[in-house]
Design a protein around this ligand. Structure first.
Ligand code: SAM
Length: 429
């Protein structure tokens, strides 16, 4: 089974940005923005990849879209937790599905994996996302808070044997047991932060019943939940399963049957009585006030300055949607927040020194100067080399490739300063 089926590459377009790439003709059937590619190109050398115009994601995982669309009213303002989020595949997908007045908390417990998560969230460009670095049990402080919790659990990884042969060597029965216990621990730790009638989406990339259907039985045993049935088109090749004890519905993806990697997903609705919401009624304030003068300086950089509130973190000013002001104050008192909203930059001597996050965000004013450059120049820029620009602009400008912003330059009379972040620069030739 693991060796069957062809290797497939798929990408998911970012609906919040333009996609000036090749015309894509082969859609992933259960996804609105996913497409299969005929071959695997060098993503590193594609500026559109760095601009956040798409995310490289294997197709089975994109089914999270169906799980959410079929069980949640996504037109409403909702609060979603993606608990095991790095490197950000499901989080960027969720971000594209929720409304702009919703909130996504994208969490990763392992500190070294939070940077890549923040980078991918930054590239995706939205501002209604908070990236946190917390252990699942720390979400107990947010009792009865989230409308949706997605747990893409760490697992033994048998669904990846075809894609990554080293996964075979790491697999053992003992490891499956350890993973199953860890999955139960994660679920037990976080479940109280799901609201009554909230939806829990559980997924793995493992074929082991111990990590899939048996976990569904464990969930039914532990919590008052109802298993949710999802509609799947018979032509998609997805296998519907039921857990042994409670007949909870699950959906299995086998590489020989679907065009995608091994995957399991199940959804539940919380039918438990709402717990006491400890968060209500507590007065909280956000630290780091931003002055009127600073707001006047940063305003023109934004499409709709009146729709945001601003806070300061060290020297830098962060913009977030106005409606998330109370949420941020509350979450800041409960979680370790790595990134929130869009970092705009620092105001120094009455001038904004713009941050890279602002360049990649979807909130930047279209009147901010931009320089359209060719492929060779943009790759030099992404390698953080010196570039030349034939434009009469002076000062701060966005480097754009096929209209998509990639980062900042400062154009001086005799040179161009390249502000691409050093830690993001591409290294291969
Ligand atoms: N959702 C991600 C995506 O779509 O890109 C992939 C997540 S990966 C399958 C599982 C994640 O769980 C990893 O990032 C891993 O670091 C994290 N993890 C490992 N141990 C964990 C634990 N005890 N509690 C919560 N998360 C854990």
């Amino acid at each position: 089974m693991h060796g069957s089926g062809e290797q497939v590459t798929s990408i998911r377009k970012n609906p919040a940005k333009i996609f000036p790439g090749q015309h894509l003709t082969n859609p992933v059937p259960w996804s609105s923005n996913g497409y299969y590619l005929a071959e695997r190109p060098s993503f590193t050398l594609d500026p559109l990849f760095h601009a956040g115009a798409y995310y490289v994601q294997e197709a089975s995982s994109m089914f999270v879209e169906q799980a959410l669309k079929q069980t949640v009213d996504l037109s409403q303002p909702i609060k979603v937790l993606d608990l095991c989020a790095a490197p950000g595949g499901k989080s960027t997908l969720i971000q594209s599905l929720i409304s702009s007045n919703s909130l996504l908390v994208s969490n990763e417990v392992i500190k070294t994996r939070v940077n890549i998560l923040s980078e991918n969230i930054t590239k995706w460009g939205g501002e209604n996302v908070i990236v946190s670095n917390n252990d699942p049990k720390e979400f107990q402080r947010l009792e009865n808070y989230f409308d949706v919790i997605v747990i893409d659990a760490p697992c033994s990884g048998s669904g990846l044997f075809r894609k990554d042969p080293s996964a075979i060597e790491e697999w053992s029965i003992n490891n499956v047991q350890l993973c199953s216990q860890r999955q139960q621990r994660i679920l037990a730790d976080v479940f109280s932060s799901l609201k009554e009638d909230g939806v829990l989406v559980y997924s793995t990339c493992s074929y082991s019943e111990e990590e899939d259907e048996n976990i569904c039985d464990w969930i039914k045993d532990m919590f008052r939940v109802e298993s949710l049935e999802l509609r799947v088109d018979g032509t998609w090749g997805i296998v519907e399963t039921e857990s042994k004890k409670f007949k909870a519905k699950g959906y299995r993806f086998y590489p020989g049957k679907v065009k995608g990697e091994g995957f399991f997903i199940a959804a539940f609705r919380n039918k438990g009585a709402a717990g006491f919401n400890q968060q209500n009624g507590k007065e909280r304030t956000l630290p780091g006030k931003v002055s009127k003068n600073e707001i006047e300086i940063i305003g023109p950089w934004l499409k709709d300055p009146g729709d945001h509130f601003f806070i300061r973190q060290n020297e830098e000013i962060i913009a977030m949607p106005l409606h998330l002001q109370d949420e941020l104050a509350l979450l800041q008192s409960s979680l370790y927040i790595k990134k929130a909203g869009v970092r705009m930059g620092a105001v120094i001597r009455n001038e904004l020194i713009p941050h890279h996050e602002l360049a990649l965000s979807t909130i930047t004013n279209s009147s901010v100067p931009g320089c359209e450059v060719d492929l060779e120049t943009v790759l030099q820029y992404l390698r953080k080399q010196d570039i030349k620009i034939n434009e009469s602009i002076k000062g701060w400008a966005l480097i754009k490739y096929r209209q998509l912003p990639l980062g900042w330059v400062k154009i001086l009379p005799n040179r161009v300063n390249n502000y691409y972040p050093k830690e993001w620069r591409i290294l291969n030739k």
